[in-house]
Structures are given as C-alpha cells and as structure tokens.
Design a protein around this ligand. Structure first.
Ligand code: HEM
Length: 418
C-alpha cells in the first residue's frame, strides 16, 4: 500500500489514456507529490472540491503563482522557462503576458469585482439569444460535408464552431476570422507541459498581435458602441465600477484561451464517446431531448479541462497530507470525475446517470462563466449531426490531442450516410 506510485504524464500512452495512471494514483497516492512537476497532484473528488472551495488557503492569483513557479524552478535548478511549470489553468497565460489581472487569475476582492462586472454582460439569457445563430452556424458547417462519405469531425465542426461563435460574440468581422483562429490556436498551446523557446516566442508574438488588434477594436467601440460583447462590457457597471481598458483587453484574450479549445474538446470528445457507444447514440437519435443530460455525462467521462492549478498560501491539510505554503497544487478534474467514491461504476459511459455533479467546469467562485454557452454549443452541434445523417460511424482511430491540462480529440474521422 505504501510503496511509492510513479506518475509520468510525459509518456505518449498518457495522452491516449491518462485514466490508467490517474486511477492508480487515486487508489494509492491521492495527494501525490510529483518531483517531475514540482507539484502536488490531487486525484480524489473530495480533495479537488476542497481545494477549489478554499480560496483563503489556495490562490489563483498571478503574483502568488509567479513566486511559487520561481521557487519550484530554483528547486529544480532551472533558471529559465521551467518545464512543466509555466502553465496553470486555461487563461493563466494571459496573466503572465498581459500583466493585468484576469477574472480567472485573481483572488477576492479583485476577483469579486471583475466577476461582478463581467456577469452583467455574460448571462445565461445572453446565451439563449445566441441559440438560433449557433444553429445556423452549425448547419452551414455541416452543409460543407458530403451526404455520404467520410470527414474529420474536429476540422469540420468541433474546431470551427466555438471559434466562430466567440468571434461573432466579440464582433470580429468575417475577414479577420482566419487570422483570429490562428491566434486562438497559438494561445491555446500555452497550456502544454513542455514549452519550447520557439513556442514561448510564438506566444509572445501572438499576444502582442492580439493586444494591438483588440486595443484598436476597443478604442473604436469606445467611440461608437455597437451590438457586441465588447460594447456591452464597456457599458457594464456595478458597485465595482467599470472595467478598465486593460482589464477588457485581458478578458478578450482570456476568452480565446478559456472558451475555444475547451468547447472544441467537448464537442469532439462527446462525439467520440457516442461513436464508441452506439447504444447511447441510438438512444439520442430516438430521444434528442435527452441530449443535455448526455452532455453532462460527456463532460464527466472525459473532462475537456483535466487539471486546475492553485497555489497554497499557508500550510494546509488535504486528504490527510500536509501541503506546505507556496506549493503548486494541480486538481486533476478528469480523475475526480471518475472517483468511485462519488460516481458508481465511474468508467462506464452512461447517459442515463442522474445528478452528474462533475467538476469539469470547476467549482466555487471561479466556476466557468461560459458553461451555459459551452453546453448550448455541444447540445446543438451533436443533435445536428444525428439529425442530418442516418448513420455516423467511426472511420479510423481518433487521434487524441491536447496537453496535460486540456484533453480532446485532435482528429476524429467519421463515415456518414443518409
Ligand atoms: C466545455 C467547455 C469549457 C470548459 C470545460 C470550461 C472549463 C472551465 C473551468 C474548469 C474553469 C475554472 C477555472 C479555475 O477555477 O481556475 C473555467 C473558468 C472560466 N471559463 Fe470556462 N470552460 C469552457 C468553456 C468556456 C467558454 C465557452 C467560455 C467563454 C466564452 C469560458 C469562460 C470562462 C471564464 C471567463 C472563466 C473564469 C471564471 C472566473 O474565474 O470567475 N469557458 N472554465
């Protein structure tokens, strides 16, 4: 029981299936000290929930993060670009780059203020209004595919749909979409475990381009507001005042990191789950209204965000282990979602599960602001695929992509027929 369990997310098999290693950790060393990552790796549901709930004990703040990362790098004897340590949660990149606190990278009271203002514009109702547009974009994307034949569902649908939706929300004109998608792709790569110097340079360059682009965009809307999210956010105000121009800039960049690849992974991963479970696909064909519940199971079964990063402010006990102050703590949401103490028979993909309280959108004060949008996109996209084709089958092995913290298919070949 007490012999050390090894954890090595760098091996190629981890990307294919992380749950073997994560399950072993969960059973034998749930609060694991990883020398390779210089971090604590948590795999139990209760422990991940405790850490994300305890904002006094565990910080999301960029400055705290930087100190912890630098200390870890020194311990490893690395002075520059510590491998595996540059990458916290989706969005962390925007804090190291923009230097402006973002909602995802701040603690109360700063977080409370930012979230309060952003919430005014980012409501579930705003998503309901978007539904017809999401349906139209989905239909247009599927129109480009054959009635009978094969295609890559990631390239055709899972990848472009969230990117187009966010671009439209922000008011990016169609002629800038290609550029915008390329930027999103580079920015999403900042969550990878291994950051090569080339990658870091590309990220910095892209961030500069984004800052220029959105800077101009915001200035235009300050002069002449339109019907888009940026104009709404410029107007949005509560007791905490308004967003500064830099805060708005940081938020725009954050949306690219937090909202694009994650949703791509949910749509691609969800379809992959259905292809692997034809009986579930058949049920959903007969009962499309069961799709929202199925989407929750997709989120649980293969979490698009696999890990959230926090920094311990004090010595804190988690699951019977003392985590010292200044520690990097990674809550492995994908593992927590398969914790048998929380979900009976957790490996089983079961769209009839009730009350699926997964942690895939986080927990507590940082709970995903885009959850209603992500759910709506997945619901609409997957329903549309089943409604359009009488058969949808795998046409080869899916290729799993993503990073240590983000997971989803990079290629998902499907064969369709009327
Ligand atoms: C399936 C898709 C998505 C997943 C799995 C996901 C997951 C998450 C998670 C786990 C967090 C918590 C981060 C933390 O505690 O450190 C989060 C926060 C956030 N997400 Fe999402 N997200 C998704 C889609 C989106 C979309 C579409 C948007 C916006 C368009 C978005 C915007 C945000 C924002 C702004 C935050 C920060 C909230 C805060 O710090 O108060 N997300 N997301």
């Amino acid at each position: 029981m007490n012999e050390p369990v090894t954890f090595n997310p760098f091996v190629p098999s981890y990307r294919k299936n992380p749950y073997l290693q994560l399950g072993r950790l969960q059973a034998r060393d749930p609060v694991h000290r990883s020398d390779a990552l210089q971090a604590w790796v948590l795999t139990r549901y209760d422990d991940c929930q405790q850490v994300t709930r305890d904002v006094e004990g565990f910080s999301s703040d960029a400055r705290v993060a930087r100190e912890a990362l630098e200390a870890a790098a020194r311990r490893q004897g690395i002075t520059d670009a510590p491998m595996g340590l540059r990458l916290p949660s989706p969005g962390r990149s925007s804090r190291t780059l923009g230097e402006e606190p973002t909602v995802i990278g701040s603690d109360p009271p700063g977080h409370t203020r930012l979230r309060g203002i952003i919430n005014r514009a980012f409501t579930p109702r705003a998503v309901e209004v978007l539904r017809p547009r999401i349906e139209a974009i989905t239909a247009a994307l599927l129109d480009e595919q054959p009635a009978t034949g094969t295609f890559d569902a990631v390239e055709a649908l899972a990848q472009p749909l969230p990117a187009i939706v966010i671009a439209e929300m922000l008011g990016i004109p169609p002629e800038d979409r290609t550029k915008f998608r390329e930027w999103s792709r580079v920015i999403a790569g900042t969550t990878d475990l291994v950051q090569t110097p080339e990658r870091i340079a590309a990220t910095q360059e892209t961030t500069r381009a984004l800052v220029d682009y959105f800077g101009g965009f915001i200035a235009e809307r300050e002069r002449a507001p339109r019907e888009d999210l940026i104009s709404t956010l410029l107007r949005a105000q509560d007791e905490g005042g308004r967003l500064t121009r830099n805060e708005l800039l940081g938020f725009c960049i954050l949306l690219l990191v937090a909202g694009n690849e994650t949703t791509t992974n949910l749509i691609g991963g969800g379809l992959r789950a259905l292809l692997a479970h034809p009986e579930a696909m058949a049920t959903l064909r007969a009962h499309p209204e069961a799709m929202p519940a199925a989407v929750e199971e997709m989120l649980r079964w293969d979490s698009p965000v696999q890990g959230l990063v926090r920094f311990s402010r004090n010595d804190v006990e988690v699951g019977g282990t003392r985590i010292p102050a200044g520690g990097i703590v990674i809550c492995m949401l994908g593992a927590a979602n398969r914790d048998p103490a929380q979900f009976p028979d957790p490996e089983r993909f079961d769209i009839t599960r009730e009350d699926v309280r997964h942690l895939s959108f986080g927990y507590g004060i940082h709970y995903c602001l885009g959850a209603p949008l992500a759910r709506a996109e997945a619901d609409i996209a997957l329903r549309a695929v089943l409604a359009r084709w009488g058969t949808v089958d795998p046409a080869g092995e899916p290729e799993m992509g993503g990073t240590f913290l983000i997971r989803g298919p990079q290629r998902l070949p499907v064969a369709v027929a009327p």
